[in-house]
Design a protein around this ligand. Structure first.
Ligand SMILES: [Zn+2]
Length: 694
């Protein structure tokens, strides 16, 4: 029976079967979610996942009474809050004492030993875990359901950020995630570090820079800033993650006690929580020191910002004997890796012109070795920042890598300032096209006023078009774009789609295989979703997140292009600046032509959800505006073909029979919809009649 419902998901399900199907879908989706976000081993494609998701969404819409809090549809969708409410933690969240050297750790061990009876020294061992640099969060599960999540706050009282945490895909809404035999306590507290992966952080900052918004200093700030948004749609689009490091059984139920921290980690992992992979059970402090040294070198490869290692006494019994000081547990300590700061000299300042015309000052420095790489350049972000830090060419500056990632100029060593130091002036003209520069009101960014013809911008715009955030055209990189522009084969994005394999072969050093790859990946990019196309256009102030918002709202490029400033501003998250920029972009005749060309070349102009809005205008067709329900197998048409046909003439498809249904399209082996339709006297069409009318 189960497979029947898979192939025929659109049938009306009576309440009992709907409930079973919803439950099956929920488990499936939660499992795939877990495989993807926690284990990083997806078993199905995104498209297949989307199909399951759409199915449960449709079923839940029909049966709102069957929606449960752990449904995957419930991750985003809560209304924005007015303010966060306060939560008093069940168990206090202590902060940890810091150690800055191995010697500090040895002193800590001595203190511990003084507090323990000598006969228990043999039980003393440790767990070392790399410490992620994020936001401490605590989550409460009752009977396996995620019921409340909060920030650490002052350790006693935090803020309720449950709805934002639900948007983090690796956080299970229900445990155990898979149908394992792991017993679940009645009430359980799980603690984690919420983090923004480094790549997401870099993308977010790039977007903010393009929009002239202040960048986040590090992934921790970006993560905290995202989780402290009252509207859960913001964190939902920020690709946050949560790595768990502790569990507390509040009401144990039938759960046998867990004797050590290490076993607790394994236990919470078996429940489906995501754990920090950098952890080790250490018999001695020497092993801890080895762990710290090893990860000191490798931690930059983890994909998350880290700032140290946490060392804990493994045995819970010993932890209890050791207890707490007023501020922190005596059985744990945080080792901090030293931040590497070096001095170097600013040789010159380069102005880089971005995709939307933003001009960014970049310090070019004497090469210096920092956190494993040679650093020559550091963004100075904007001219306000330059003035604030009073950086001049010729200055000796102290540099470090913010969160071990991005080189930044900390400060000027004023004692070493030479008399010949040169002020860094705000440019009056674009360094590339000489057009005057402008500064929008309230913005820190300075922009080229001539975004249409500025050569550098044209180039970065092409690069942006093919980039991952844009149309994701795999085999076309900056070097190839250079060649194509030089040979006058490409001027704007439209030209990519006019290239034939032969055009690539004309280029120097172009092998047949590379030509074919480039051609194919350009052609494939035509199918990218609408939000990718909107983003790839490079409308000033519109980045990925805004593109998604716009696509959700308009579902089609045409509607977006027609929108007025007022309409745009009705969308939550779109302010006057963005709205003006969008209207300005689509009002430009060159852009209008470009979009018409892209459309003619077959690039996506509608989002999936828009199919119903793409209806023809022939209102005289007998099916126009009529609501159809389909059941059973049709003799010649596939279900897709039949639905397509209905939509083409302006009809609508519904998945269940109600009084509003106009026609039931009946195939062989119909389901319960047939009986229901007959009961309600709804006209029934067989395929032949349907085809004739169509
Ligand atoms: Zn310019």
């Amino acid at each position: 029976m189960t497979s029947f419902y898979y192939t025929d998901a659109m049938m009306t399900l009576d309440d009992k079967t709907a409930q079973e199907r919803i439950q099956a879908l929920r488990e499936k989706l939660n499992t795939h979610n877990y495989l993807y976000y926690v284990l990083d081993t997806p078993e199905i494609t995104d498209t297949a996942y989307d199909a399951l998701y759409q199915e449960i969404l449709a079923l839940e819409r029909e049966h709102p009474e069957l929606v449960t809090p752990d449904s995957p549809t419930q991750r985003v969708g809560d209304e924005p809050l007015k303010e966060f409410s306060q939560v008093t933690h069940i168990n206090r969240l202590y902060s940890l004492d810091n150690a800055f050297s191995i010697e500090d750790l040895q002193n800590w061990e001595e203190r511990i030993k003084r507090l323990l009876p000598a006969e228990r020294y043999s039980e003393l061992s440790y767990v070392a875990e790399l410490k992620l640099d994020g936001l401490a969060i605590t989550l409460i599960y009752e009977d396996g359901h995620f019921v409340k999540g909060a920030t650490r706050g002052n350790g006693v009282v935090g803020e309720d950020i449950t709805q934002n945490l639900k948007t983090i895909r690796s956080i299970p809404l229900r445990i155990p995630v898979k149908n394992t035999k792991t017993p679940v306590p009645q009430k359980f507290e799980a603690r984690a570090e919420a983090v923004m992966p480094i790549n997401s952080f870099l993308h977010l900052n790039e977007e903010r820079q393009q929009r002239g918004e202040p960048e986040f200093a590090n992934p921790r700030n970006a993560c905290a800033g995202s989780l402290r948004q009252l509207d859960p749609k913001v964190p939902a689009h920020r690709n946050l993650d949560a790595l768990f490091y502790a569990g507390i059984l509040i009401e144990n139920g039938h759960q046998p006690p867990i004797p050590t921290h290490w076993e607790m980690l394994n236990y919470i992992e078996s429940l489906g929580f995501k754990l920090n992979p950098a952890r080790k059970q250490c018999k001695t402090l020497d092993e801890v020191a080895e762990f710290i040294e090893k990860w000191g070198k490798q931690r930059t490869k983890l994909g998350f910002a880290t700032d140290g290692a946490v060392v804990k006494v493994d045995s819970f019994a010993l932890q209890e004997i050791l207890g707490y000081t007023a501020k922190s547990p005596r059985w744990a300590i945080a080792y901090k890796y030293p931040a590497e700061v070096k001095e170097t000299i600013v040789k010159e300042v380069e102005l880089s012109v971005g995709r939307t015309g933003v001009i960014t000052p970049i310090a070019i420095m004497e090469p210096v070795q920092l956190a494993g790489t040679t650093v020559r350049r550091a963004s100075l972000h904007n001219f306000d920042e330059v003035r604030k830090k009073d950086i001049r060419v010729g200055d000796t500056v102290r540099v470090q890598k913010a969160a071990e990632i991005i080189p930044e100029v900390l400060e000027v060593v004023f004692e070493k300032r030479p008399e010949s130091s040169i002020n860094i002036e705000e440019p009056q003209n674009c360094p590339v096209c000489e057009a005057t520069t402008t500064r929008f009101h309230g913005e820190v960014a300075i922009r080229c006023s001539n975004p249409e013809t500025c050569g550098a911008q044209r180039r970065t715009r092409l690069e942006y078009w093919v980039s991952k955030q844009g149309m994701d055209i795999d085999h076309v990189g900056p070097a190839l774009i250079d060649q194509l522009v030089r040979e006058k084969l490409v001027d704007g994005p439209v030209d990519f789609y006019k290239l034939m394999v032969d055009d690539f072969l004309k280029l120097e050093r172009m092998a047949e295989k590379s030509a074919l790859n480039a051609y194919q990946s350009i052609q494939e990019s035509k199918k990218r979703p609408l939000h990718a196309v909107v983003n790839a256009l490079g409308i000033p102030h519109v980045g990925k997140e805004t593109a998604i918002l716009l696509t959700h709202h308009f579902h089609s490029m045409e509607k977006l292009a027609d929108a007025s400033i007022e309409e745009l501003m009705e969308i939550e998250g779109i302010g006057p600046k963005v709205a003006e920029s969008i209207v300005g972009f689509f009002g430009d005749i060159e852009n209008q032509n470009m979009i018409a060309d892209l459309k003619a070349l077959g690039i996506t102009m509608h989002s999936k959800a828009a199919t119903e809005d793409m209806l023809p205008k022939d209102t005289s067709h007998p099916f126009y505006g009529k609501i159809f329900v389909l059941t059973g197998t049709l003799p010649t048409l596939t279900r897709d073909e039949a639905e397509e046909g209905i939509r083409k003439v302006g009809g609508k498809i519904s998945s269940s029979i109600s009084k509003k249904t106009d026609y039931l399209l009946l195939g062989e082996n119909p389901g319960s919809k047939y009986d229901k339709a007959a009961k309600l006297n709804i006209p029934i069409l067989e395929e032949s009649e349907f085809k004739a009318l169509l």
